[in-house]
Design a protein around this ligand. Structure first.
Ligand SMILES: Nc1ncnc2c1ncn2[C@@H]1O[C@H](COP(=O)(O)OP(=O)(O)OP(=O)(O)O)[C@@H](O)[C@H]1O
Ligand SMILES: [Mg+2]
Length: 1082
């Protein structure tokens, strides 16, 4: 639901009552009570029907923000709490949508907030009306006209720091869309007396102070001014500065505003020049000068000031000076010049200053109008804003011509207010078809008549008095009043014939009293005539007209001598009456909207509510009257729709919806509520309620019902909320569960699927592999069959056809040739066979290289065969000899140099043939055993190394040494006692036979022998020992060995050299221990 659709009412959250029409009971006390209550709660606005009462809060409240503007925009008047924006909105919308010209009448006493209210209305309208560059410029100009007019027309007074000293009416013009086009400002009665004199505690118009404090030095110099306020007689000094007002800053604001409004720089300059001239006029002083005729004549005291003024506004000094000294009276072509005395000169000076300033002000208003006037000629819609002084009553009876004029204006405004309000009321009744009942109210037309009647009205009489020839004074004027108005019921005077006031001491003799609609006002008659005349000596206006300063000249068209008008200028009262009449005529064509401003206290203080002061204002603003008029018929009215909307909950038939027309709904509702029939009336579109009490009764019931409904709504809402929450949670749970189940099933399915796929794939794989294997095997078999078949076929074919191929011939020839070569080779080899001797190394040459291996192999086989043949011839005996030879070879080959020479010698063994030789018969008998070896050896003498021949005998069990000659056995050693045999590696035949220690043979020691047949002897000794003792004796081949001789060990050392006895080795004893054998070098 948008904000606009929220149905609220003024009746919601009211503090007191928002609309005084609803006040119950209606009395002055309750009225004030209500205002105070609301004021205390910062509710400064209260309605009387459509009239807004505005209390001055004397502080800025946060109720004018752009958000507030939005809040009140396009809302019905009674929808929100009372606000000036509601009124402005109502007026603007009625203007825009219903094409009704509007006027907003703002009244109230000085300081009550009229000017502020008018600005609020303007700013609200500016905020809500159309936008765009052009429109914004117009708006800006309209808004900026305020600071300019305030600077020139406002002043600090006792009652208001920014008091408007003129009445202002501004028409804002709009096009059909509601966009602003421009405006027209009218001003009323500027309080010009203020220019020359200000009451105590008050100031002159703001502009003087702003100029002096805000203008830059060079500007002041140009204007011949000094910054010091005290230098100027026209500026009162006791309140030259105002708290919280920065004149210098305001001066800049004003100049800026003038620029925005459209003042040219030279225009602004001219205006300021006139202002300075006015200011300086006050400084002109006069002194008396006695004349011959005894009369006093005035003279300007200090001509310097006069000179400066004349320079400023471009007047010849003499002309002005003369104008201050003489007065020319013209009557019927006759010119009479009289001199002025000092008092008259001062009067003339002040009159000039006042006139100059007030004409400047009017010029400013016109100039602004020129800038802001609408540019189009098309029909415009108009909203007029009237910011005019309210009723003014000085309690001390100091009321003068100005107050009289002002109060007259207010009287007129009250009249049109009554007229319009009643007319509107009446029109509404007619429109709504409600019977018109007469409303009793006070009509102030009679008072207006007292003042403005053309023949015997007070103003007319004042004019008459002013124009009358002869001596005229205020007193004569009062007398006249007493004569003519004495019978008027609203006129009171001490001098009147009406004896009633003769003894009224509250009414002084020089005063008269008028019973205005708002109360009695006592006017002091003094100054009435003069002020009404508002005379400016013609000499002065003519002097001004002569100025070269174009602005000053234009301000005094009446000074033009060619257009001399002998008729007196219209009096101030007459002018005012005329302008008020125009204003009233203007206002009567428009739809009025009222803002009644009230000041809560005299101290410009926040939060203070002075009952008496407010009561006074309520009275003279005629607010009670206002309420009464408004309530005369029916206090409250409202169109049917909102009324039904607001109270429909009070009746079963209308709640919650009424389907029929709203009027019938309201009828049902009111009947149901049993409201007395005389309390209301049905209009065409509105219900009229006579008494506020009825309305409050309805409101109370509504409030009660709303509470019940709120509880109900709360209950239903809570239930609904819980239920929706529950349903939501349930739905969510179902959704979650569904999703989870789906997820779980998906997972499971996926698992099963993938397992199935795995199993499937394995099975398929297995099947496929098996099939593949089978197929491969089949293929292989087929292939094999094919191959075999092909081979077999090939073979068969080749076999069948081989013989037909030449290629086979080559092989055959080759084989044949080989066979032939082999045949030839073998036949040739047979013929060339070497001898059968195993040592024959000859072998026929190899005939062909390819037979190399065969040839070598044949040679080897042949040699083996030949050796076998050779070996097969051997007898046992010969075999034994070769065995021996083989043994010798193993022992000595490549070890002893003597060995090679022994190879060719057959081992005979018994060289001595002992048994046959008679020489050794004896010896033979001693040796019973078979002799294996018998030979002659040399036994080496251990003492000198010389050898002695001995017979060496070897038997199966022992060896013996016997004397060669005698055959006598010298030593016999069993073979088992032998340990080793030692010999050199040389060609010599020396060798030692060692005996085991501890045996009988060992006593004699080892044997050192020498024989050419060393190889045979040692071989046989070794073999015999082995076969008889089964033990091997050591064979030691070394060139140095030890021999045991009895107890001594002797070293036998073999050296190479040439022994003395040629090629035979010789042994020589070197010392006890060494036996050296010299061996011939090979
Ligand atoms: N709505 C408001 N909010 C805040 N301050 C206000 C309001 N209305 C008035 N005032 C204060 O009161 C002062 C006087 O108001 P304003 O000048 O409007 O009075 P006025 O009725 O125009 O008086 P005068 O008749 O002397 O011109 C303002 O300067 C301002 O300080
Ligand atoms: Mg004002």
């Amino acid at each position: 639901m948008s904000k606009m659709e929220v149905k609220t009412s003024l009746l919601d959250n009211m503090i007191g009552v928002g609309d005084m029409v609803l006040l119950e009971p209606l009395a002055e006390e309750s009225f004030l009570e209500n205002l105070k209550k609301r004021f205390d709660h910062n509710e400064i606005y209260t309605y009387i029907g459509s009239v807004v009462i505005s209390m001055n809060p004397y502080r800025s409240l946060p109720i004018y923000s752009p958000e507030k503007v939005e809040e009140y925009r396009n809302r019905n008047f009674y929808e929100l709490s009372p606000h000036i924006f509601a009124l402005a909105d109502e007026a603007y919308r009625s203007l825009r949508d219903q094409d009704k010209d509007q006027c907003i009448l703002i009244t109230g006493e000085s300081g009550a907030g009229k000017t502020e209210a008018s600005k609020l209305v303007m700013s609200y309208v500016a905020a809500v009306c159309g936008k765009g560059a052009e429109v914004n410029q117009v708006k800006e100009q309209l808004l900026q006209s305020n600071p300019v007019l305030e600077a020139f027309g406002n002043a600090k007074t006792m009652r208001n720091d920014n008091s408007s000293r003129f009445g202002k009416y501004m028409d804002i013009e709009f096009d059909f869309k509601g966009d602003p086009l421009g405006g027209v400002i009218s001003n009323y009665l500027l309080e010009k007396s203020r220019v020359v004199k200000q009451p105590r505690g008050e100031r002159n118009f703001h502009i003087f102070y702003q100029l002096l404090s805000g203008a830059p030095d060079d500007m002041l110099k140009k204007l011949n001014l000094e910054r010091d306020f005290s230098k100027y007689n026209y500026l009162s000094l006791d309140s030259a500065t105002v708290n919280g007002v920065d004149d210098a800053a305001n001066f800049r604001t004003v100049r800026n505003a003038m620029q925005i409004v459209g003042f040219m720089d030279d225009e602004t300059q001219s205006v300021l020049e006139v202002v300075s001239a006015v200011l300086k006029l006050g400084n002109i002083e006069f002194k008396p000068e006695s004349r011959v005729n005894g009369l006093d004549e005035s003279r300007v005291k200090d001509k310097n000031e006069l000179k400066e003024i004349c320079e400023l506004i471009g007047i010849e000094q003499a002309v002005l000076e003369r104008a201050f000294s003489f007065r020319t009276v013209e009557a019927k072509q006759e010119k009479v010049s009289t001199t002025l005395n000092v008092a008259q000169a001062y009067y003339a000076r002040d009159a000039l200053a006042k006139n100059l300033y007030s004409r400047l002000f009017s010029w400013l208003v016109n100039r602004i109008n020129e800038s802001i006037k609408a540019q189009t000629k098309t029909r415009k819609k108009v909203m007029g804003v009237l910011d005019i002084y309210g009723f003014e009553i000085f309690e001390n009876g100091d009321n003068s011509f100005e107050q009289f004029i002002i109060n007259y204006c207010n009287e007129k405004l009250q009249q049109i207010f009554i007229e319009l309000t009643l007319r509107e009321e009446q029109e509404e009744y007619i429109r709504e078809g409600i019977e018109w009942t007469h409303i009793d109210y006070f009509n102030n037309a009679i008072i207006c008549d007292l003042i403005e009647n053309n023949t015997n009205g007070i103003l007319a009489m004042l004019d008459e008095e002013c124009l009358r020839p002869g001596t005229v004074s205020d007193e004569t004027f009062l007398e006249k009043l007493n004569q003519i108005c004495a019978g008027h019921e609203h006129f009171e005077s001490r001098m009147s014939k009406n004896s009633k006031f003769l003894n009224d001491h509250t009414l002084p003799h020089n005063c008269f009293r008028i019973q205005h609609y708002a109360g009695k006002v006592l006017y002091r008659v003094e100054g009435f005539v003069d002020k009404n005349n508002d005379l400016l000596y013609r000499d002065l206006s003519q002097a001004m007209w002569k100025a070269s300063h174009s602005l000053v000249k234009s301000l005094f068209p009446d000074g033009n001598p060619t257009k001399i008008n002998l008729k007196r200028p219209p009096t101030a009262g007459f002018q005012f009456k005329a302008s008020v009449a125009t204003l009233m005529k203007n206002l009567l064509t428009k739809n009025p909207n009222y803002i009644r401003c009230i000041k809560p206290n005299d101290k410009k203080a926040t939060h203070i509510f002075t009952d008496s002061l407010v009561c006074h204002q309520v009275r003279y603003l005629g607010l009670m009257e206002n309420v009464r008029v408004r309530r005369a018929g029916y206090a409250f009215r409202q169109t049917y729709e909102p009324c039904l909307e607001r109270y429909k909950m009070l009746c079963k038939q209308t709640w919650p919806h009424w389907r029929g027309p709203a009027r019938e709904g309201v009828e049902v509702l009111l009947k149901d509520l049993q409201i007395p029939r005389e309390e209301y009336s049905y209009g065409r579109s509105k219900i009229f309620i006579r008494n506020p009490r009825t309305l409050f009764h309805l409101e109370d019931q509504r409030k009660q019902r709303l509470q019940d409904l709120a509880t109900l709504i709360q209950k239903i809402y809570r239930g609904w909320k819980c239920r929706t929450r529950f349903l939501l949670m349930k739905r969510s749970q179902v959704t979650v569960a569904a999703w989870y189940r789906r997820y779980a099933q998906q997972k499971k399915y996926q698992r099963i699927k993938s397992s199935a796929i795995v199993v499937q794939s394995y099975i398929r794989g297995w099947k496929a592999r098996r099939e593949l294997k089978r197929l491969k095997e089949e293929a292989r078999r087929k292939h094999a069959v094919a191959v075999i078949w092909a081979y077999w076929l090939g073979l068969k074919v080749r076999r069948d056809y081989r013989k037909f191929f030449r290629a086979n011939a080559g092989k055959k020839i080759y084989e044949f040739t080989i066979q032939r070569i082999m045949q030839k080779y073998f036949l040739e080899l047979k013929n060339k066979m070497p001898s059968m001797s195993p040592i024959d190394k000859t072998w026929p040459a190899r005939p062909y290289l390819f037979l190399e291996a065969t040839h070598t192999e044949l040679r080897r086989i042949f040699h083996l065969w030949r050796c076998k043949k050779y070996r097969d011839q051997f007898t046992e005996q010969k075999k034994a000899i070769y065995d021996e030879k083989l043994e010798a070879s193993e022992m000595f080959k490549d070890k002893k140099a003597l060995y090679p020479s022994s190879v060719g010698q057959p081992f005979q063994g018994d060289y001595l043939e002992i048994s046959k030789n008679p020489k050794y018969q004896k010896l033979s008998t001693l040796v019973e055993e078979k002799i294996i070896l018998a030979d002659i050896v040399n036994k080496i003498n251990r003492a000198n190394g010389k050898g002695a021949p001995r017979i060496f005998l070897l038997t199966k069990n022992s060896f013996l040494l016997a004397d060669q000659k005698s055959g006598q056995i010298k030593s016999s050693v069993p073979l088992s006692d032998l340990t080793s045999a030692s010999m050199s590696a040389q060609t010599d035949g020396f060798f030692a036979v060692r005996v085991k220690e501890g045996t009988p043979a060992a006593a004699k020691g080892d044997f050192l022998l020498s024989s050419d047949r060393l190889i045979e002897i040692v071989t046989k000794l070794y073999r015999t020992c082995l076969s008889s003792t089964k033990e091997k004796i050591n064979i030691e081949i070394s060139d140095e060995f030890l021999v045991q001789f009895k107890q001594d060990k002797v070293c036998v050392k073999f050296v190479q050299g040439s022994p003395k006895n040629g090629s035979v080795a010789a042994c020589k004893r070197k010392n006890n221990r060494l036996l050296e054998v010299a061996v011939p070098s090979p």
